[in-house]
Design a protein around this ligand. Structure first.
Ligand SMILES: [Zn+2]
Length: 270
């Protein structure tokens, strides 16, 4: 696969609320909500030389990863559908009129998805395929609104039965594990994004989600830790192997234990 087939989708890294929307909020909740809800620095961590779609506004303003229609979006029942009105712990801190909501959907949500859809179409045309990498991070411990409350790994790989190549998902899992990260598939978060136009229809529009545990790169104040660069380098190396489609290669290396025993035998012989 040519490197140009990769599309990085980064929806939750921004800390920006458009000025005209600030009046909708009780801003005293901002500090905590920004800290807990933002996939902070994911634009930097995944900021690699590939085509990317970064939503430039905070998910507290508009969450482009949610369904547009609240009736399809289970998180909307918790006040955290496409336009959030509640905090992570169920406190209403934002009021949005129907007119304002419609404007957010048409001017921001739709614009983002049109751009995304167009880029996927371009890649399909240029390369015959597109590989979307949906880039996120998560809180080290489950938040009250989150569905999966089980202990969290370092890395979560999200897959879709139709759009994710199983070999690719397993490659990511074993490559991160070889670097000593704890990895889970589809826990605490499931799935991966594909534009609705292609979803369930075009297999060549493939997609996989990579979610990073924030404890790997930032502290509880939202500051980068010293491990930041190492994590960024590991991500870069792993995405490079995806670009080169190394996950399609059959592994012929003998397992490590065999190597060690073999070395011992050679030593004894010599
Ligand atoms: Zn996210």
């Amino acid at each position: 696969m040519d490197k140009d087939c990769i599309i990085l989708h980064i929806p939750h890294s921004s800390l920006t609320i458009p000025e005209e929307a600030l009046h909708q909020y009780d801003t005293s909740f901002f500090q905590e909500e920004f800290l807990l809800m933002t996939d902070r620095y994911t634009d930097e961590l995944f900021g690699l030389p590939y085509s990317s779609i970064v939503f430039p506004y905070s998910r507290l303003f508009c969450d482009v990863e949610r369904f547009r229609d609240d009736s399809q979006e289970e998180m909307s029942q918790k006040g955290m559908g496409v336009v959030y009105t509640k905090t992570h712990n169920n406190i209403e801190y934002r009021k949005v009129s129907a007119e304002e909501k419609e404007k957010i959907l048409s001017s921001y949500y739709d614009a983002h998805h049109q751009k995304f859809e167009k880029l996927v179409d371009e890649k399909l045309k240029e390369c015959g395929e597109a590989l979307i990498i949906d880039c996120h991070s998560f809180n080290p411990y489950p938040l009250p609104h989150e569905i999966d409350q089980t202990p969290r790994p370092d890395i979560c790989i999200g897959t879709d039965d139709f759009h994710t190549d199983k070999k690719l998902a397993l490659h990511l899992k074993s490559y991160f594990e070889a670097k000593r990260y704890k990895v889970k598939l589809n826990s605490p978060f499931q799935g991966t994004i594909v534009p609705l136009k292609h979803y369930g229809k075009i297999k060549k529009a493939s997609s996989v989600m990579i979610e990073l545990n924030r404890k790997l790169y930032m502290n509880e104040l939202g500051e980068k830790t010293e491990n930041f660069q190492k994590l960024k380098d590991d991500i870069s190396e792993i995405i490079e192997t995806i670009k080169n489609k190394r996950y399609l290669e059959v592994r012929e290396d003998p397992p490590q234990r065999f190597n060690k025993n073999w070395q011992k035998i050679l030593k004894n012989l010599s």
